[in-house]
Design a protein around this ligand. Structure first.
Ligand code: PRX
Length: 679
């Protein structure tokens, strides 16, 4: 089945060559609501531009970079370096400041334009912050960081904040003074916070006294204090007062000489600080993400290329126009928040939304009330949120006026047809374009997606590559390119694009070995993919040991490392399996140290094991099921055979495949029995 944009409107021509033979053409704006003319008006225009971006990337991207960004020193070079050598750089002799691009140039034009729509956890308390106000606070904070804390260009700053304007202000202040930020998701526990601060060697941490989520209080400063016990690099902690602080302050809440409150520090400074001109290739931020093995890696993004990817995808994938109001429900602690709450929308000078609460608090109408109240034109969320809302009742979106919406986005995992249709019919009222956007922390911005009003969509497919994205489907074993249509393999990219990550912080070898060496001359995404007979791409999920739970990326090894911290655990193996709401969920198997199996009451063990993961990583990483077993399947050299566990958990025990490499196949029936009982 193929759905498409309006076939009557001459600005949305429908070229039949992209439609399958069974095409069912659907009009997405039957009532003809007024809409701006899309930036790209036809598939032919898309194809012409895409071809130019692949065959003449210099011409294409230099035009885009000049059109979308303000440069303090114009670039004369575009692309240099290759995927083979792992030394890609874009616009390297140009200079710009990301904060200037996201704030100053819009504040200069109209300081009263709304930049941030802040929807606090408490309902009916929406606040708006203008570009003028944003500029003043960003500058005050930039002055605190440089004048009071002595930060210099290149020093890293850790940000551990909830979804409040201070998070955006902090990121932009860092960008203004050339200090790469590393935002740590506010759901991480002390151990994970410490690992990230330690790896980034941050000198300053910006946090808040508390976070609020669905009426619950999260003691962020207390968690940060625990983390800081093992982070000697941190000299200053700036604490935003998210909620009133007790007066007098109990002893020990603030560490003298290290900690100070936001409301004390910022008013000391004037509301202006000049932006530092940065090389396009200077780091803008690090963002830690999980890979197949080891500790999470600090993915490094640079200033010019990343910002260009953010601006160009917001403009074209969401077809944004001046005056639009963008609503992305991600957290600023993840890449989606970086690119589609902060850098993308603000670089184009539109309003962006910060939603501190959850979609169900106080009722499942929360998102839709926000859309109505803020008259959002764009809404971008994850399939897991859509699925959890469907379960709570079809009717909730009907109580709000959602007619301001034009484009609905989905990200993080493939969107299943049921969720797609609900989004399209109940939220979009069949008046909106749906864009299923595929990308990763490492790609910086969306790389495969429909364009609204242009690309005919098929629920479940992210459709076609964006500018500069030269997709290859590779045979996973040989690395040979699978040509033509109707092929399935692994997803790789043939050419560098501006917003691709440039390195892993302090571990360039890991960058090369993870992304560029597995298939020489290609960037390897780690995802499986099919290309169908219309040339559309269908993402098939990770082919490595990365698990995607509610759009949160975790590695099996991180979870196992947390479980192994338990005194009684001998070994553990975590695998991902599909879940109707969260996309995937974690299934963990543990063996206990000798004697423990009989001595420990099982129920207590499992609870304690889950707690270990909660406290080591964060509540979102808790396995859905933990099973204590006698033995794990292993090869003769002692490697755990996760493939067998995955099959058993997926209910495919009758097709376990070749067990000849398993040294202890006799345990398999027992494992099947234990998993069967747990269902
Ligand atoms: O497996 C793909 C999945 O999410 C992974 C990237 O996760 P992360 O770096 O945390 O970034 C998430 C937000 C961009 C990918 O390797 N993924 C992301 N978007 C989609 C997707 N899978 C299918 N369809 C998507 N639209």
């Amino acid at each position: 089945m193929v759905l498409t944009s309006s076939k009557e409107d001459p600005s949305f021509p429908v070229p039949s060559r992209l439609l399958g033979a069974d095409a069912e053409v659907k009009d997405d704006n039957p009532k003809g609501y007024p809409r701006p003319t899309p930036h790209i008006t036809s598939t032919d225009e898309y194809l012409t531009l895409w071809k130019e971006s692949i065959t003449q990337p210099d011409v294409f991207w230099s035009r885009m970079a000049k059109d979308l960004l303000s440069w303090s020193k114009p670039f004369t070079q575009t692309l240099a370096g290759t995927l083979d050598e792992g030394n890609v750089r874009w616009f390297a002799d140009g200079e710009l400041n990301a904060c200037y691009n996201c704030v100053d140039r819009h504040a200069l034009e109209d300081p009263s334009r709304v930049a941030l729509i802040y929807e606090p956890d408490e309902p009916n308390a929406t606040q708006r912050i203008t570009y003028g106000e944003l500029l003043a606070d960003v500058c005050r904070l930039a002055n605190v960081l440089t004048i009071d804390y002595g930060l210099r260009r290149g020093d890293t700053v850790a940000i551990y904040l909830p979804m409040i304007p201070a998070a955006v202000i902090a990121m932009l202040a860092c960008a203004r003074i050339g200090c790469p930020h590393t935002v740590i998701f506010a759901g991480f526990s002390a151990g994970s916070v410490a690992d990230r601060i330690h790896d980034a060697r941050s000198r300053v941490l910006i946090t808040s006294n508390e976070g609020r989520r669905a009426g619950k209080v999260i003691p962020l400063k207390a968690i940060a204090d625990t983390a800081l016990e093992s982070c000697p690099t941190v000299e200053h902690v700036l604490v935003y007062e998210r909620s009133p602080v007790p007066d007098p302050l109990p002893a020990g809440v603030m560490t003298a000489g290290r900690d100070e409150f936001w409301s004390t520090a910022l008013p000391r400074h004037r509301p202006y600080c000049p932006p530092v001109p940065m090389s396009a290739e200077d780091p803008l931020f690090l963002l830690y993400t999980s890979g197949s093995t080891g500790l999470p890696k600090g993915v490094l993004h640079t200033t010019g290329g990343y910002l260009l990817g953010a601006a160009s995808t917001v403009k074209y994938v969401f077809d944004v126009h001046p005056g639009d109001r963008f609503g992305c429900t991600a957290d600023v602690g993840w890449i989606t928040g970086h690119t589609y709450i902060v850098y993308g929308p603000l670089s184009l000078g539109i309003a962006t939304t910060l939603l501190e609460s959850v979609p169900t608090y106080p009722t499942p109408a929360r998102y839709w009330q926000l859309v109505e109240e803020a008259k959002l034109t764009h809404f971008y969320t994850a399939p897991t949120a859509i699925r959890s809302l469907i379960r709570l009742g079809e009717h909730w979106p009907f109580n709000s006026d959602l007619s301001s919406l034009r484009v609905l986005g989905s990200v993080g995992e493939p969107i299943n047809p049921e969720a797609w249709y609900w989004y399209n019919d109940k939220v979009g009222r069949e008046q909106c374009a749906i864009v299923d956007t595929y990308w990763q922390t490492e790609t910086g911005s969306i790389i495969i997606s429909p364009l609204p009003g242009v690309t005919h969509t098929k629920p479940g497919s992210a459709t076609l590559p964006l500018w500069g994205i030269d997709v290859a489907v590779l045979d996973p074993q040989t690395g040979a390119e699978l040509q033509g249509r109707d092929v399935t393999g692994v997803l790789a990219i043939r050419q560098p694009w501006p917003s691709m990550a440039r390195s892993v912080w302090k571990d360039h070898a890991r960058y090369l070995s993870t992304y560029l060496k597995p298939y020489p001359s290609y960037y390897f995404t780690g995802d499986g993919v099919s290309r169908d007979r219309d040339g559309y791409y269908w993402i098939r999920g990770r082919v490595d040991d990365v698990i995607n739970v509610s759009g949160h990326r975790l590695s099996t090894s991180e979870i196992e490392a947390a479980l192994n911290q338990h005194d009684h655990v001998a070994e553990s193996a975590a695998v991902g399996t599909s879940d109707p709401v969260t996309g995937q969920c974690i299934f963990a198997f543990v063996t206990l140290k000798d004697d423990d199996v009989t001595e420990q009451p099982m129920a207590i063990e499992v609870k304690d094991l889950a707690l270990k993961v909660r406290t080591m990583i964060g509540p979102f990483a808790t396995p859905k099921c933990i099973l204590i077993v006698q033995e794990l399947p292993k090869t003769r050299s002692g490697k755990i055979v996760r493939r067998v566990l995955r099959k058993i958990v997926d209910g495919e025990a009758d097709s376990l495949g070749d067990l000849s490499t398993v040294a202890n196949p006799e345990i398999v029936p027992e494992l099947i029995k234990v998993v069967g009982v747990s269902d």
